[in-house]
Design a protein around this ligand. Structure first.
Ligand code: GLU
Length: 413
């Protein structure tokens, strides 16, 4: 394990919160241990007839405050340690924004870009059937994450329902609307990141109108963040994807059309091409890492000129990267707060599925805004009271709630 693996990062953030909250060593043992880990083999019959084997995981890190909750990632590099780290983050995230959930994460070590639509469907269904005994609307509720979307959720919901013998929409969130999905779920993470950008700008006394933003990543999170911050009057000056970055380009909508028709940022042909590294170091008001883990490290943190960093991705910053940004006076809005909009609207979707009663787009928007604003107010207050970073404050609230729930439930037997 390298010194800066996502699991090391997650554990070191937890350590810091446990110390700041003066929790006992017993509580550290309780909080630092994932509760249930399932590793499965996922056989896939390719369209050619050849059978390949992939590794799949589902980690239920905590169920103390409710059923576990978290996305399914399809990415060639995922492994058990990273899945544990991401499930741990989901636990603190759900507690921070006060959702009645524990935390989970799952995934398959596969590159979905190399799969045909039928192969993706077969892989999703087989993976679902392998983890079926431990998921369910009262147990553990998957959702989209990197490399999965509403199509995968529809197949998961169908596979689970066929086995149950009746429709169970509440087993996953992030479904298509016609299957019991929620209005506003597609844009939710980006909408929440934009709220975080706005609040951080206000906090630093920077004018929202015309504030400059650079976004690393142009997927589900990066793209919808770009749309939402522009709607608030900010200016997205650069974006990137795995192929590279571009600055001073025309419009987000035009770039999105280019990507939707099979292009990538490197062959966009408009604006000025830059590298991912150059994007991180642009002189902007806000930098939004919205791609994968480990974007901001001891190395890349040194050149960051942004006043504010808002973590759209999960675990984009290593502890050393965090320390450097802190020393340089950069406000970092941590992942568990900044990208919580996704799981908040997932919660709304689950509640609507339970009630069989669906809310309007305005209700979703208002409720998302109010839940995020409440979490922001709590974090901000703790930052001032204890003179800690936004990350430490957010972790203290999330971890503190889980610890309190553990104490109140007691230990069985
Ligand atoms: N994958 C998203 C996250 O990391 C959403 C999880 C969910 O909606 O359950 O927060």
């Amino acid at each position: 394990m390298t010194m800066e693996s996502p699991l090391d990062t997650a554990r070191s953030q937890l350590r810091s919160a446990v110390e700041k909250l003066s929790l006992s060593e017993s509580m550290w043992n309780t909080l630092s241990t994932p509760r249930r880990i399932l590793e499965v083999a996922v056989p896939l019959r390719r369209d050619t007839g050849v059978v390949e084997m992939y590794k799949g995981y589902r980690v239920q890190y905590s169920t103390t405050r409710g059923p576990s909750k978290g996305g399914i990632r399809f990415h060639p590099d995922i492994d058990l340690d990273e899945t544990v780290a991401l499930a741990m983050l989901m636990t603190w995230k759900c507690a921070l924004v006060n959702l009645p959930y524990g935390g989970a994460k799952g995934g398959v070590a596969v590159d979905p870009r190399g799969l045909s639509a039928r192969e993706n469907e077969r892989l999703t269904r087989r993976y679902t059937s392998e983890i079926l005994p431990i998921i369910g609307p009262e147990r553990d509720i998957p959702a989209p994450d990197v490399g999965t979307d509403e199509k995968n959720m529809a197949w998961m919901m169908d596979t689970y329902s066929v086995n149950a013998g009746f429709s169970v929409p509440g087993v996953v969130t992030g479904k298509p609307i016609v299957l019991g999905g929620s209005l506003g779920r597609t844009t939710a993470t980006g909408d929440g990141v934009a709220i975080s950008v706005r609040e951080a700008l206000i906090d630093r006394g920077i004018d929202i109108k015309g504030a400059t933003i650079a976004i690393q990543g142009f997927g589900k999170v990066g793209y919808w963040t770009a749309v939402a911050v522009e709607a608030m009057g900010m200016r997205v000056v650069a974006v990137s994807d795995v192929s590279g970055g571009v600055k001073d380009f025309g419009s987000i909508a035009d770039l999105h059309d280019h990507i939707a028709s099979g292009g990538e940022i490197a062959n966009y042909g408009k604006g000025e091409q830059i590298s991912n590294e150059e994007l991180l170091h642009l002189d902007v008001d806000v930098l939004v890492p919205a791609a994968l883990a480990d974007a901001i490290t001891s190395k890349s943190a040194l050149g960051i000129k942004a006043r504010i960093v808002v973590e759209g991705a999960n675990a984009p910053t290593t502890p050393e990267g965090d320390r450097i940004m802190h020393d340089n006076g950069i406000t970092v809005v941590p992942d568990i707060l900044a990208n919580s909009g996704g799981v908040i609207v997932s919660y709304f979707e689950w509640v609507q599925d339970k009630q069989n009663y669906f809310w309007s787009a305005d209700q979703i928007k208002e409720n998302l805004e109010s839940m995020m604003m409440r979490a922001f107010a709590e974090v901000r207050q703790l930052v001032k009271e204890k003179n800690v970073s936004w990350r430490d404050a957010a972790m203290m609230i999330g971890v503190g709630r889980v610890a309190e729930a553990h104490k109140l439930r007691g230990l069985y037997p």
